[in-house]
Design a protein around this ligand. Structure first.
Ligand code: FSX
Ligand code: SF4
Ligand code: F3S
Length: 379
């Protein structure tokens, strides 16, 4: 049940805070980029549905977006490719999501700020001091720890990424791990993990909301910011601390090729007749049945496309240890033994039930795929 009074009082609290952006307002920014108020409200309506909130909340979601300049954000880069930031920033025309991101008071973000070296380090320290206890910390990248902590050393004082992330976490109001690297270690944590890269949750005892994906979609990043603006409490999270509104379904559940899976129509090799007809990619390695994310519903870049639409299977990029657990990427899971990601870190009874169901589903999927394709082959 959504508590409207609580949301209203949360927005009223935000309204009282000073805008952290001078000479800027979201209506002006939208107008400058050619968006009308109607476009903005349409976007707010879509975001409301996206966050699994009732449509009657649309005006409040719009208001929350307008108040995004009251929320100080510190965004740190650790060991990664910067794809998460690029996911938001690299659209060829500005989207409302990217405008909202610009409009958020990014007090510190290494990719988009002009400062470097001493000045950058100073900017980070002063932002942390000025907004102590009030800022949202967003971290991209895995964090080398232990004997190899110094493998990630940042800035002229030679501070390690671990120390910076720890200090920034200590004084943050809310913490988001952006991308699979920060959520679970990602590519640099793949076996043999030479830098001992670890997820952000290993650096702090505070709750870290994981927003995985390599990269996560722009919508999942902005949606989480809106969620923090609208609610005092954390969103409902799954066993891997992923918000359920975004990671509650498997890719396979809403995949556009699902009809072909059910009919036993599979691509057998890239470029074959089945590929041309848009058949299911399970047999060429799609990990959609084991992956929790909303790509099949939301796609990327303003709903333009996503991996499966482009013709390659999902590689499970929002799951823990996906580099090790989901590979080889172009072979089906059923044909080899795998370290199931569902077995990692699960410790409650309900999780065990969930894992059981998922493993069974995995077996059923493999069996279903084999049976239906045999039937198809006979035909
Ligand atoms: Fe890259 Fe972000 Fe992947 Fe990691 O994304 S897109 S390697 S999740 O931390 O920059
Ligand atoms: Fe879609 Fe992959 Fe499932 Fe096939 S196996 S329906 S391509 S998610
Ligand atoms: Fe990643 Fe699979 Fe989505 S590879 S981007 S979770 S379709």
């Amino acid at each position: 049940m959504v508590d409207y009074t609580q949301i209203k009082s949360r927005l009223a609290e935000l309204e009282k805070l000073p805008s952290l952006k001078s000479n800027n307002s979201i209506p002006k920014a939208l107008e400058k980029a050619g968006f009308t108020r109607r476009d903005f409200m349409k976007w707010a309506g879509a975001m409301t549905a996206f966050l699994a909130l009732p449509a009657s909340l649309t005006p409040m979601v719009a208001r929350a977006a307008e108040l995004a300049d009251r929320l100080p954000v510190i965004w740190l880069h650790m060991a990664e490719c910067t794809g998460c930031s690029e996911s938001l920033l690299r659209s060829d025309t500005p989207t409302i999501d990217s405008l909202i991101f610009d409009y958020i008071s990014l007090e510190y973000h290494e990719t988009v700020m002009a400062a470097s070296g001493w000045q950058a380090e100073e900017n980070l320290e002063s932002a942390m001091e000025k907004h102590k206890g009030n800022y949202v910390l967003m971290v991209e990248g895995g964090i080398p720890m232990g004997d190899t902590e110094s493998y990630l050393t940042i800035g002229p004082h030679g501070k390690t990424g671990y120390k910076i992330a720890q200090e920034a976490s200590n004084n943050a109001k809310a913490i988001l791990a952006i991308g699979t690297c920060s959520s679970f270690g990602g590519i640099q944590a793949a076996r043999p993990n030479p830098s001992n890269a670890q997820p952000l949750s290993k650096v702090t005892n505070k709750t870290v909301i994981n927003v995985p994906g390599c990269p996560p979609s722009e919508k999942n990043i902005v949606g989480n910011v809106l969620q923090l603006l609208l609610f005092k409490e954390l969103p409902s999270l799954d066993v891997y601390n992923r918000p359920k509104w975004a990671y509650g379904f498997r890719i396979h559940d809403l995949c556009e090729r699902r009809g072909h899976f059910d009919a036993g129509e599979f691509v057998q090799a890239f470029g074959d007749e089945g590929a041309k007809k848009g058949y299911c990619l399970y047999k060429v390695g799609c990990k959609g049945p084991y992956t929790f994310n909303n790509c099949s519903r939301e796609r990327f870049n303003q709903h333009t496309s996503w991996p499966i639409q482009a013709g390659h299977g999902c590689i499970g990029c929002s799951e823990p240890s996906f580099w090790d657990a989901m590979g080889p990427f172009e072979e089906p899971m059923a044909s080899h033994k795998f370290d199931t990601v569902f077995g990692l870190g699960a410790d409650s009874v309900s999780d065990k039930i969930g894992i059981g169901v998922l493993c069974l589903t995995g077996v059923a999927i493999a069996a279903h795929a084999v049976i239906s394709s045999t039937q198809k082959d006979k035909e």
